[in-house]
Design a protein around this ligand. Structure first.
Ligand code: PGA
Length: 240
């Protein structure tokens, strides 16, 4: 696992964009796995800027998102469908027919998405990380070989995400559909981004701890091409 420590959030976004751009420029029909949350926003801004400066087009890029809440309409402002359109897709030339975001609420819907992702073969998967080490909505103790499935969100994740719902935990959905850890590991390359001191402990566990289902992201130690990009705050607890 490669670990890159950057001075600040801006440098992290530029570094992540460099890795994305390399994949996009090396293939005719590149496939990106995308994440939501506040962490990838800097990367998405870089992607939008490059499009606006006519340096890049996303017309041939296929995307698969990691996860989606269950119980929010697609057009709800906090659905991940809305998040991706607002922050990336609507500001660029991604084709709607190339965009995949999981939807549905049962095991059959999950299996259908799993099949699409596996057949799609993600070239580069972007990940954030939860304070508890989750990737996608794979909370601690999710089996490493899990495939796309329906999850109950942990109290910690509901509390963390309440900030997007006017601070009201009762408005945060309690269930989601998410790629499994096995699905994520199937990507040819993985780039996990973490920002800020709240992520310092889970980053230490991910990079230096045991590979354990208690810290879902620690499985990246076993991936042949995984890079972790951190700001100095998120990297603060790593051994010097
Ligand atoms: P965040 O969420 O980017 O909003 O911190 C990351 C995650 O929970 O995966």
């Amino acid at each position: 696992m490669n670990v890159i420590i950057c001075k600040d959030e801006k440098e992290v976004a530029k570094k992540a964009f460099e890795l994305v751009e390399k994949v996009l420029k090396s293939k005719e029909n590149p496939v990106l796995g995308l994440a939501t949350g506040s962490t990838p926003l800097g990367l998405y801004n870089e992607m939008v800027k490059a499009y606006q400066n006519k340096e890049i087009s996303y017309q041939n890029v296929v995307t698969y998102n990691l996860d989606e809440y269950i119980g929010l309409a697609k057009d709800h402002p906090e659905s991940y469908y809305s998040f991706m359109h607002t922050n990336l897709f609507d500001k660029t030339d991604f084709k709607e027919s190339n965009i995949h975001i999981p939807e549905g609420s049962n095991q059959q819907d999950a299996l259908k998405y799993e099949d699409e992702v596996v057949k799609g073969q993600v070239d580069l998967q972007i990940l954030g990380i939860g304070r508890n080490g989750h990737i996608g909505f794979n909370e601690p103790n999710t089996p490493f070989d899990s495939i796309t499935h329906i999850v109950d969100l942990t109290q910690e994740t509901i509390e963390d995400n309440a900030r997007f719902f006017d601070g009201d935990k009762s408005l945060v959905p309690t269930k989601a559909i998410t790629m499994g850890i096995g699905t994520i590991m199937h990507a040819k390359e993985i780039v996990l981004i973490a920002l800020g001191s709240a992520k310092a402990d889970c980053i230490k566990d991910t990079v230096e701890g045991a590979v354990s289902e208690q810290t879902p992201a620690s499985i990246l130690q076993k991936h042949p091409n995984a890079t972790i990009i951190l700001d100095e705050l998120a990297a603060a607890k790593l051994a010097k």
